[in-house]
Design a protein around this ligand. Structure first.
Ligand SMILES: [Fe+2]
Length: 375
């Protein structure tokens, strides 16, 4: 008995040496139909002085729309329209930072990103690079950022990426697609106005929503899963099912998907994504395939890893009559397939989450290539 007690004590001593992650969350969030109209009053106390503008980075699909007209510009604030046709790039961040530094003597009061994941990620990255020297590419990785960013606000206009809640900003760099993961990346304020997602094209709505669905599946089936991630992941998954499989009212659907995105993002914050994300990163890097559709293109072929969840994905796809493009990898050379595999296999935490510590024994280049060939 004495021996047993000693073993128990040793075990708990080992438990106590495990270092748990301590990560920040968005400190302020406002949710509700029409809440975008409160942006002006939210920004007012954050204005440093009359010459320190707010810079609004807005998706250029909103050019000449009511949303653009309602951006609360004051003093020398600036609205910059940015295309989200391509994945956000480190070069793009450097250019925006250069532009702002050149034009204004002092730091702006803040950056506001209005749009989908691309705009949210750009806003986060620009706010970081205004206070940290060098190129955005220097900071792709984990906790390389040294100085706190300037104040930054995220206003999602499409739901699913979880970018509004994450501590990363995923960028395409000269030699990799990787996030700037840091405590300073997290938004200071998020505005969740479900009405802003009115008018999102159906395909886009599906691909981006499925990013959230896949976050849930990869988190809930991962080896990193814990009670924190599970609670958020299960909630987000239920909301996704309601939105994509039931016939609910459109307003309710927008609200639920917005909250699914938030919860899905919270779920992966304390766990990790998995196979679809790792492989989708390869498609983005080599072919510029956007994140949401890239995940869908991969996920449909992952029954071996995610079984019934892939069947459910196909059911949702059929219900909404979504045709995914095919033949994306048809013309690729052997070198191209190797690049796809190199990028995917570099995402080690994702594989470890998906397949466990001995993931290298369970996944081969040939296996990856055989999946890519189907896309
Ligand atoms: Fe994602």
């Amino acid at each position: 008995m004495k021996i047993k007690n000693e073993i128990d004590e040793n075990d708990s001593a080992i438990e106590n040496t495990i270092k748990h992650r301590n990560f920040p969350q968005v400190p302020k969030v406002i949710f509700g139909k029409g809440s975008f109209n409160q942006l002006d009053e939210i920004l007012l106390p954050e204005r440093k002085h009359i010459d320190a503008p707010f810079i609004f980075l807005v998706d250029d699909v909103f050019k000449n729309t009511m949303l653009a007209k309602n951006v609360p510009l004051r003093f020398n604030d600036e609205l910059i329209f940015v295309s989200s046709a391509e994945e956000p790039k480190t070069k793009q961040v450097d250019e925006l930072v250069g532009l702002i530094r050149e034009k204004y003597e002092s730091l702006p009061s803040g950056i506001v990103g209005i749009g989908g994941g691309t705009l949210l990620d750009l806003a986060k990255a620009v706010s970081l690079l205004l206070t940290n020297k060098g190129s955005a590419a220097d900071y792709q990785g984990w906790d390389l950022i040294q100085k706190s960013s300037i104040y930054h606000v995220g206003v999602p206009t499409i739901s699913g990426t979880g970018a509004e809640v994450s501590r990363t900003t995923v960028l395409l760099g000269p030699d990799k697609k990787l996030g700037i993961n840091s405590d300073f990346t997290v938004f200071d304020q998020v505005i969740l106005d479900p009405d802003l997602s009115i008018g999102v094209p159906k395909n886009q709505w599906f691909y981006t929503g499925m990013d959230c669905y896949i976050h849930c599946i990869e988190s809930l089936n991962g080896t990193y899963l814990n009670a924190f991630s599970k609670s958020y992941g299960e909630m987000a998954l239920e909301l996704c099912k309601e939105v994509y499989l039931e016939d609910i009212d459109k307003q309710e659907s927008r609200e639920k998907l917005m909250m699914a995105s938030w919860h899905g993002g919270m779920s992966i914050a304390y766990s990790q994504v998995g196979v679809a994300h790792a492989m989708s990163y390869g498609l983005s890097y080599l072919l510029g395939v956007k994140h949401g559709i890239g995940n869908c293109l991969v996920f449909q072929h992952l029954e071996e890893f995610y079984g019934d969840s892939v069947k459910l994905f196909n059911k949702m796809k059929e219900k909404h009559q979504i045709d995914l493009p095919s033949g994306i990898c048809k013309e690729l050379t052997e070198d191209d397939f190797n690049t796809l595999c190199n990028v995917a296999l570099k995402m080690e935490p994702l594989w470890e989450n998906a397949l466990g510590k001995n993931w290298k024994e369970r996944i081969t280049r040939e296996k990856l290539k055989s999946i890519y060939r189907k896309i």
